[in-house]
Design a protein around this ligand. Structure first.
Ligand code: 0A1
Ligand code: ZN
Length: 877
């Protein structure tokens, strides 16, 4: 399909639904090849709808119609029209019961949207528009209905039958033909995208939670039998999330049961279906042996995220898909606060900002840039983006900063109370925050409609005579898109001032940190009683998602790196120093000049930090980490991958050799084989593995032996993978044996084998592409398993810039070939992969031509899903 044939949907065209569905009764006769769906819908005309279309138009795709009845009477063919996307009932009465029977085939559903088969189980994914692949419905989020579900299936094949809400009647009822039935009822009205069912032979970890009002909730985590030993962390995470949401947001759980099911085939991370979350196994299963510390943290974060959706998303949902950030931005903000509370606030903030600036900023600077509330789309599945999620969370965070903790909480309480059971807009969210606080966010709302990352330029001046210090700001919005009328945004800037001794100055009374509210294109703030010229610490905690341009001297940056009390800005100052020298080295390489030395003061600061372990060892590791190549690349106008890699390596080698003894001492001091999963052990491992990473830059035999020993004796996945990752880049055939050994050790653990694939796909070795091509022929590679596709092709396209951007175009061609292969199997995952070809403007003209040629080749291919077609055509503009 070409773009011209694609239908673009516009926010401005939104109208309320013409019909509503008060009650939805579903009956499933489940089998993998042919499932019978009977639905009984109580439908009525929406009194709030002014349109007078006499017909009811239901959405449905890939369905086989068997029977259709209105108020118990079979419908004659002249009273309805059927096409491949809709079922139109002509001229129905104002209120009626519609009964539909249809067949679907879960086993051929490789798109993993609707009802599908994953290994031996059957499960659903309905967000955003998957319900219409189960039966005909008003599959839009503003149609909220009360669902009752009956499931019938073979007793042996599908002993476990789950759906949303609470179980009704007795446990599974025995039926003829070795079948049994289960009934579920969800008392909370919900849109169809939150519907779910699961049928399978599953093992279950059970527990319970007593809510703040004393209600007992059954908690159940379902997995395949062989994974039952990896569920306790997920269960603990769920209990932590439930308690935290009560304490931090006053939100109590509302059903008698909360279920999580882990499935091996899943397009995304997880799904918040009411009472029955369905998860990618990657975000449920964790044991020290098979999961890294990062995996453990991700499991807790995603479990929290889906749980928090019960209020921000389910009880209060979105009016239409343009409002996606209403639930996603807010829920990401909530899960970030949760993780910060469970781990370290500073470390969590740094990790989130790092991700935002590396990946969301890149998205916002390219052709796929869009506001957090887009004004149009072709395929909604293409809008589950970093912008909607991560920038959306930053926008909520700014509201939190502007209102303060108490005001923000008051606003959220009002939002949940006022809109409970409704489908609303981002505008409604902001209005609730305004109303609860008597605030005015009219100008702030620009954040919802403007794309692009604003740049804020800072200049400062000190007046010795007046003892005043003036900080001046200028904001520019650099969106590449053609949106006219870029109004100034409201930008909260948290700021502090340091004296020559590194002491924080009092700004207003006792306060040493203040939030300035930028509202104009140019604005100045003057501080009085400032006795000597201070060093400014601006954008503390990364108080707004902007690019800050300020001309600090290297001495000032080092001063902040040594003394800033704001943990984020202290880290940021270190990163700025390091980036500055990496870029200087980069320039020297490009111009064939002598590489500049690292100043003694910077090396000295590193030494001081290494000699004086902090209480927060995880934070200390971040202070000592180099900025990633991907983050540095995002800041370059034209990316020269080879020079960047070289410059990065040189700076790393300098720090490694100047501080060799300290890295080695800390490596040994923190290396305890088989340490536990408490936060101190986790921090020690991350610090130890950072030391290993620096030491490996020395390229000595001793360090390599140490790394091999760590690989061979590791008793946890964090250490084993860290060592294997180091070995993966060595340009020698030696490392093949370690990969073979790892494979033999873990071949029965899919999630570990995903890591094995990904490490090879990210290798810097010269023949990496050849190896990656071979991996796609490996018996364990499977195009129908998204995790596998992501671990090989996705990892290569997004985390191996060196080989993906090979100057002969071989990397681009390989990825394009696989996008086309995948498109006929799973368009959503194919479209995500196609995102990797959208950044062509950042490269030299040779690479630009090579990428565009691949985009055009994909665009010309028929058939092509609208998912991939939309990404490719937007990328080419
Ligand atoms: N709402 C989920 C993410 C999600 C979105 C789409 C999906 O299928 C197309 C699946 C999951 C979340 O935010 O966790
Ligand atoms: Zn979400």
């Amino acid at each position: 399909m070409s773009t011209s044939e694609q239908k673009t949907i516009y926010l401005k065209d939104y109208t309320v639904p013409e019909f509503l569905i008060s009650k939805t009764e579903l009956h499933f006769d489940l089998s993998a090849d042919k499932t019978l769906v009977n639905s009984r819908l109580n439908i009525y005309r929406n009194p709030d709808c002014k349109k007078t279309n006499p017909d009811l138009v239901l959405m449905g795709e890939e369905l086989t119609l068997i029977d259709l009845k209105v108020d118990g009477e079979r419908l004659h063919p002249e009273h309805y029209t059927l096409d491949d996307k809709t079922l139109t009932i002509h001229n129905p009465s104002a209120r009626f019961v519609l009964e539909i029977s249809n067949h679907i085939n879960p086993s051929t559903n490789t798109a993993l949207s609707g009802l599908y088969k994953s290994n031996t189980m059957l499960c659903t994914q309905c967000e955003a528009e998957g319900f219409r692949r189960i039966t005909w419905f008003l599959d839009r989020p503003d149609v909220m209905s009360i669902f009752s579900v009956t499931m019938v299936a073979d007793k042996d094949e599908y002993p476990v039958l789950l759906s949303n809400g609470n179980r009704t009647g007795s446990p599974n009822i025995a039926l003829a033909d070795n079948k049994h039935a289960a009934r579920w009822h969800d008392p909370f009205p919900k849109p169809s995208y939150l519907f779910a069912l699961v049928a399978g032979d599953l093992a279950c970890l059970k527990d319970s939670f007593t809510t703040c009002s004393g209600r007992e909730v059954a908690l159940e985590v379902y997995v395949e039998e062989h994974d039952l030993d990896k569920t306790s962390h997920a269960m603990q995470s769920l209990k932590n999330a439930m308690r935290w949401d009560e304490q931090a947001f006053g939100r109590e759980y509302d059903l008698d049961i909360y279920m999580i099911v882990a499935v091996s085939h899943f397009n995304m991370g997880a799904m918040e279906n009411k009472g029955l979350n369905i998860f990618n196994t990657k975000y449920v299963l964790a044991s020290e042996k098979t999961a890294t510390d990062a995996d453990f943290e991700n499991v807790e974060a995603v479990i929290g995220h889906e749980y928090f959706h019960n209020w921000s998303g389910n009880r209060v949902t979105c009016r239409d898909w343009f409002q996606l950030s209403l639930k996603e931005g807010f829920t990401v903000f909530r899960d970030q606060q949760f993780t910060a509370h469970q781990t370290s606030e500073a470390v969590k903030r740094i990790k989130d900002v790092n991700m935002l600036r590396t990946h969301q900023f890149a998205e916002d600077a390219g052709p796929l840039s869009h506001p957090i509330r887009p004004s149009s789309f072709v395929e909604i599945n293409n809008f589950y983006t970093l912008t909607i999620y991560e920038k959306g969370a930053e926008v909520v965070r700014m509201l939190h900063t502007l209102l303060g903790e108490t005001g923000f909480r008051k606003g959220c309480d009002l939002y949940f109370e006022r809109y409970d059971g409704q489908a609303v807009t981002t505008e409604d969210f902001v209005t609730a925050l305004e109303d609860a606080n008597n605030a005015n966010f009219e100008q702030f709302k620009q954040w919802y409609s403007q794309a692009g990352t604003p740049t804020v330029t800072v200049t400062t001046s000190y007046n010795q005579n007046e003892k005043t210090y003036t900080v001046s700001f200028e904001q520019h919005n650099n969106s590449p898109s053609t949106q006219a009328n870029k109004e100034p945004l409201v930008i909260p800037i948290r700021l502090g001032l340091l004296d020559d001794n590194g002491k924080e100055l009092n700004l207003h009374g006792e306060q040493t940190s203040t939030v300035l509210e930028l509202t104009k294109a140019e604005q100045s703030f003057t501080f009085t009683d400032i006795n000597t010229e201070p060093t400014p610490s601006i954008l503390r905690g990364f108080s707004a998602p902007i690019k800050l341009q300020q001309t600090l001297s290297i001495e000032q940056k080092i001063h902040l790196f040594q003394h800033d009390k704001d943990a984020f800005n202290r880290w940021e100052a270190g990163q700025n120093c390091l980036s500055y020298f990496i870029f200087k080295t980069f320039d020297a390489i490009q111009n064939h000049h002598k590489v500049p030395p690292l100043p003694d003061e910077l090396v000295g600061t590193f030494r001081a930090i290494l000699q004086q372990p902090l209480a927060d060892l995880a934070y200390q590791s971040l202070l000592l980490s180099l900025p990633s190549k991907a983050y540095l690349a995002e800041q370059m106008s034209t990316i020269d991958i080879d020079a960047l890699y070289q410059a990065h390596r040189i700076v790393k080698q300098t720090l490694a050799s100047s501080l060799q003894d300290l890295w080695l001492a800390h490596y040994h001091a923190n290396h305890h084989v088989g340490a536990g999963t408490d936060s101190q052990s986790i921090a020690q491992r991350s610090f130890k593995n950072l030391c290993l990473d620096y030491l490996m830059a020395l390229e000595t035999d001793e360090v390599r032996s140490m790394c091999i020993q760590q690989f061979e004796t590791a008793r946890n996945m964090t250490d084993q993978i860290a060592a294997l990752a180091e070995l993966s880049h060595l340009d020698t055939s030696l490392n093949v044996s370690y990969f073979d050994a790892f494979y033999q050790q873990w071949k029965n653990e899919d999630l570990v084998i995903d890591k094995w694939f990904a490490l090879q796909a990210c290798s810097e070795k010269t023949d990496a592409l050849h190896s990656v091509k071979k991996l796609t022929q490996h018996p364990d590679f499977d195009m129908k398993t998204p995790n596998r596709v992501r671990s090989v092709i996705g990892a290569f396209a997004t985390a191996n810039p060196l080989h993906f951007n090979a100057i002969d175009g071989s990397g681009y061609e390989f990825v394009a070939d696989n996008i086309l292969l995948l498109d006929s199997i799973n368009p959503q995952v194919a479209a995500r992969l196609a995102n990797s070809l959208s950044h062509w403007k950042k490269f030299d003209s040779t690479r630009q031509q090579l990428i565009k040629a691949q985009l055009s080749r994909i665009q010309a291919h028929t058939p092509l899903s609208k998912d991939v077609s939309e990404i490719v055509s937007r990328s080419l503009t």
